[in-house]
Design a protein around this ligand. Structure first.
Ligand SMILES: *[C@@H]1O[C@H](CO)[C@@H](O)[C@H](O)[C@H]1NC(C)=O
Ligand SMILES: *[C@@H]1O[C@H](CO)[C@@H](O)[C@H](O)[C@H]1NC(C)=O
Ligand SMILES: *[C@@H]1O[C@H](CO)[C@@H](O)[C@H](O)[C@H]1NC(C)=O
Ligand SMILES: *[C@@H]1O[C@H](CO)[C@@H](O)[C@H](O)[C@H]1NC(C)=O
Ligand SMILES: *[C@@H]1O[C@H](CO)[C@@H](O)[C@H](O)[C@H]1NC(C)=O
Ligand SMILES: *[C@@H]1O[C@H](CO)[C@@H](O)[C@H](O)[C@H]1NC(C)=O
Length: 475
């Protein structure tokens, strides 16, 4: 009897760990006015059998909710901490002690992502000197703490760190201006058995280049193949990943494990960003991943982190309005469209976040009794600059609203993102709070979710202070 139990136990442990080894990963970014509570996110990942999560920081309040979940966690170090960690090994040791070692007993931390796309051209080289030393310091601190076998430091890179000029993938190599540095980094990965993490975005190729063959961004065939010696590339993902494989080969590090740190498709904010195209992309990608066929030069399983778990209404829109709409789930953790994370084609709505607490069902709208419109423009501008109006623009889901609808949408987004603070629905007398759902059939006027505990405290602090100031003003 006992032996059977042990066998069953051993078998299920094996089952769980093999499942996890090939489990799907997802990025969880938190640049939102109100974030889902980490316990809600953990349940959501479990419900959808998403076994790995990549974070953009290492905040201990969040990380501790992953304890006992079995979910593999990749911690993140923001770019603005690279400098400190690069020139102070003591700081790196502290970082590892507080952010890794302390949690390891019950949180399954596997990777530390040092920086985030630090060599993006847009950063003008500001992280070129600090990223590699920071990486070395973190890995060294992990090794010295005795956890270097289990936890590896890596760097999430944009795919623009390599290119192939006008040739196919076989012409691939690291970008000329950073090649020497990249060669050092990948040899360091090689020596430490750490992976290369790359973000691949067929959507952005399409967005940046109107001549990009649309079907090449997807996985359904139908695009003109790219012929590279004796290999035919049918989609951008394969061609891009193999360009990296070539770049690694040419840098003397052909055996470094390749992982995809971010991949996905946004659902709003651009003519190519919609549910239909996102579904097509994910269906193709997940079906492909399920076969474990890999790419021509990287056959087999590829570890992939989808971008992203939810929309993030406070991300910078410098890259484009789509930037706030990368979520597989909406802002409140509810699914947007049917898909099958397992890639087996069992198309159904993913399981949404459970026990999400919403603010009261009330909206801030334009008061149609107002006839003098002279103050409207400034107030819309203010509301949108402090909230998220990306769904109003041309090509987005709320672009068909009438004038009053536009104004209301802006007012409501501001009001919701300010936690429905009554004072956030004034707009010089142009606005009013209503109980009647302001949404139209195409355009959702969202009700904000309650902030997670930590932020709620901050908000309460602020309104208490505002209340005090109001009181003082009375006297
Ligand atoms: C989390 O980190 C903060 C700041 O580093 C520290 O003050 C706090 O004690 C930590 N909390 C826990 C539960 O470890
Ligand atoms: C833990 O990681 C976070 C994010 O990188 C950082 O802000 C914090 O300072 C780290 N804690 C220590 C003690 O280094
Ligand atoms: C990079 O340089 C450009 C042009 O000089 C400037 O507009 C931009 O703000 C700089 N970006 C950063 C991150 O320093
Ligand atoms: C409309 O409101 C503005 C600002 O309050 C005011 O200056 C203007 O005189 C008003 N126009 C009319 C026609 O009442
Ligand atoms: C609503 O706002 C959007 C974005 O500013 C604009 O494109 C559209 O024309 C506006 N609609 C009306 C009826 O004013
Ligand atoms: C408001 O209406 C929209 C569209 O019918 C719906 O999706 C949404 O759930 C409603 N919101 C509330 C709080 O009832």
């Amino acid at each position: 009897m006992a032996r059977t139990m042990v066998l069953i136990w051993a078998f299920s442990v094996l089952l769980v760990s093999t499942n996890l080894a090939h489990a799907l990963g997802v990025n969880w970014g938190t640049q939102m006015a109100q974030n889902l509570h980490p316990s809600v996110v953990v349940q959501m990942l479990k419900d959808n059998k998403i076994g790995k999560v990549k974070l953009f920081d290492s905040d201990n309040w969040t990380v501790k909710y992953f304890a006992g979940s079995g979910i593999e966690v990749m911690l993140g170090i923001p770019n603005n901490q690279l400098s400190t960690l690069s020139n102070d090994y003591g700081k790196a040791k502290d970082w590892v002690k507080h952010n890794v070692t302390k949690h390891l007993k019950d949180v399954n931390i596997k990777y530390v992502a040092v920086g985030n796309e630090p060599f993006l051209k847009a950063y003008n080289g500001s992280h070129l000197k600090t990223t590699f030393p920071a990486l070395q310091n973190i890995q060294k601190a992990l090794n010295e703490a005795g956890v270097g076998d289990k936890v590896k430091a890596t760097i999430p890179q944009n795919a623009d760190v390599y290119d192939s000029g006008t040739g196919g993938p076989s012409a691939g190599d690291f970008r000329k201006d950073i090649r020497d540095l990249m060669v050092q980094i990948v040899r360091f990965f090689n020596a430490n058995n750490a992976p290369f993490l790359v973000n691949i975005y067929p959507f952005l190729s399409l967005y940046e280049n109107p001549d990009f063959p649309v079907e090449f961004a997807f996985f359904d065939g139908g695009a003109k193949p790219v012929q590279d010696k004796n290999i035919q590339y049918m989609n951008m993902f394969d061609a891009n990943l193999d360009t990296l494989v070539w770049s690694l080969k040419k840098s003397g590090a052909p055996n470094v494990k390749v992982m995809v740190g971010e991949i996905g498709w946004p659902t709003d904010g651009n003519k190519n960003a919609n549910v239909k195209m996102a579904k097509k992309f994910y269906d193709g990608l997940l079906r492909k991943l399920a076969t474990n066929k890999g790419t021509p030069l990287h056959p087999g399983y590829i570890e992939v982190y989808l971008f992203s778990l939810t929309d993030e209404n406070q991300k910078s829109v410098a890259p484009g309005n789509f930037e706030r709409h990368w979520g597989v789930f909406r802002y409140d953790g509810q699914p947007k469209f049917p898909m099958d994370f397992s890639g087996n084609g069992n198309d159904k709505m993913p399981i949404g976040a459970k026990n999400v607490q919403y603010l009261p069902a009330q909206w801030c709208v334009f008061n149609k009794d107002i006839k003098n419109m002279s103050l409207v423009t400034n107030n819309i501008q203010y509301a949108c600059s402090q909230s998220d109006c990306t769904s109003l623009n041309y090509g987005s889901i709320c672009n068909n609203l009438d004038k009053a609808g536009n104004i209301s949408y802006a007012f409501n987004m501001y009001f919701q993102m300010q936690n429905q603070d009554v004072e956030a629905c004034d707009f010089q007398g142009l606005a009013k709070i209503v109980k009647q759902n302001a949404s139209t059939s195409d355009c959702l006027f969202p009700i904000a979710i309650m902030s997670d505990g930590r932020r709620l405290n901050m908000v309460t602090g602020v309104s208490a202070l505002a209340g005090l100031l109001t009181l003082l003003a009375l006297f």
